[in-house]
Design a protein around this ligand. Sequence first.
Ligand code: MIG
Length: 714
Amino acid sequence: MKAFDIAEGIRVLVYGEPMDTGAVVCRLGNEIEADGFGHVELLGPDASRITMELKKKDIVYGLGANLGGINKRGRKYESYCTDEPVHSEEKKRLYAAHNFLMISGNGAKGFFIDFPGLIGYDIGCSDKDKLIIDVAGEDFAVYEIDGKNEDEVVQRFHSIIGRSYVPPKWGLGYFQSRWGYETSKDVRRVKKSFDDLGIPLEGIYLDLDYMEDFKDFSVSDERFPDMEELVREFKEDGVYIIPIIDAGVKIEKGYDIYEEGILNDHFVKTEAGKPYVAAVWPGKVHLPDFLRPETRKWWGEKYKVLTDLGIEGYWNDMNEPAIFYDEEELEKAVDAAIASKGANLGVLKYFELKDLFKDMGNRERYYRTFYHEVDGKVVVNEKVHNLYGQNMTVAAGEGLRSILGKRHVLISRASSTGMHRHSGIWTGDNSSWWSHLELNIRMMPSINMAGFYYVGADTGGFGNSTNWELLTRWLQFSAFTPLYRNHSAIGNDFQEPYIFGDEVTGWNREIIKARYALIPYLYSEMMKSVMNGTMMFRPLSFMFRDDASKDTEDQLLLGKELMLTPVTKPNASGRTVYLPEDMAEVTFRDGEVSLERTASGLRRLEYGFDCLKFYLRKDSILPYSSPSMNVRSLDIGTLHAIAYVDKEAEYVLYDDDGESYGYETGESWSTTIKVRRDGLDFSAEAISDNPKIEKIVVDILGTDGDRIRKTITI
Ligand code: MIG
């Protein structure tokens, strides 16, 4: 092991000769003396174990988009990007490999394990006092990060992984999606329903249905003959089309992507050096070797086919990569089935036969049978598995940036740290379960920790049919997440916000409108978090040190201002909330915003379906606008704000053009709003260089119950 200095509070311990995974952007400093952290042992070739002690009260945060709690203690996890269609409690891995952990107890300490293969975590599970990390290799680096508190540790971690991707501002609108909008007629019908019912809509995601035979970069002539007009007409109304792209390339003579891929050697190979054959949606496919820079460049340029149609947003799917079966596995199962034809199968034999077919998808063996080219060397997928989705998405991100010259929307299913500089993520195939709404809440802070900000879950739930109540409650929570997308799987009941009758439609419309009113604030918070490397969503325990705050995992802090308290149970007219300090209850209903003082402690919150509720912290200001039908028509000429003030409060509203890369070099506008108690009165002032803002109307609630409105002219 060698140790190097990186920056204040950050050092790296290097074991063996790790490869460059693209996760970090920092340079090694001086070599230093270090005894490491915990205990590292080599258990054999390709097996290293790191063991650390956990104190009774330590909280372990991190692991990004994975299962479990905000506090990761008490279970096992794995980092090995996997197409996991059912996120049930016993699962250990999902689509992401986010290897950042933070132990918080007596101070906070972060660890990032930079390694592209399988890592197992046993976090106080088999031994309650131990954190055991099993790295399937000998070559890896561990970044060790100190800080005065959790926020500083995260900020320092983000300083070594580099600034995160941000979408254009329209990426914060409301998106409707469904696997099974089969034709452009279907898509037009969906938009018309939103228009007719006055529900804001920013865009419609297109799933596999738009392609011809599931071929990437193709558009079905039969089902989407008018794609170009569709995109243009929608855009005139401020509505975007966002198509899916899958990792696997259909094997089909004459299909340009396949032909070019073969010609230029772009596909991953078998041990014998032949293009590897997997089966995914198009049937038999080859998988592009995204670990090769030439292949990434080729793939990135292909997006031109779609950007030429006016498309500016994309989602990358099946890039773990997902494999439904390979030829060997299928043959084995089919042979066994044929051999048992007419036989009197005993039950055990029957189970054996059935299991050959069951779970044929994503078998670990597949990932040991195909190879990448990394820096001229041949490397089996298993060893670099977690870099596949990352590099597919880097290819897309770089391609789109150079083709469009302005920001684009991009989300990916598989991810690892490093990809955060190029794309957002969605949390994959959740189910229409109440427990998955709760899981969504718990995932948000850890995903931010891992470097991803443009994030959201399939609102309403992807698998299984949702119901009006779960959808409405989920719309209420997702109204705060940067990616706000309702998505569901083919075969389930429809779940557009207008499906469940007039009354529910009215509620959902109000919730989505309230989201639009919050976009100035949400965009400001997302951008400031990205720029400063701080988290947008934080657990209560980052700010409040009492045990009740540490135990609270169904409430979140958003920015420095808000505390979110979503309802996550059926048949509930509200919930019990825990307030670590006095706050003001905020209600957005029917275009009206109201504030009520609430004393700290356990409180009953009445939270119906027809509104958005949350809390505003003391000495805080929340700016908002009038709702609009899309981001383009968002008008902040008259900006509104609510303030809950004891002594004084300040909010700095970040804004920029929302579409160029100017923000990278500081092209932005800033509006500072201040409210101060002045004897018996309040004073409010603002300084702004934002040309769009003319006046700010601030509704102030004092901690003593006084209410006053101030209007500031800019
Ligand atoms: O095997 O494209 O997570 O969002 O709707 C399923 C169809 C493939 C998985 C994605 C989901 C998408 C679905 N895809």
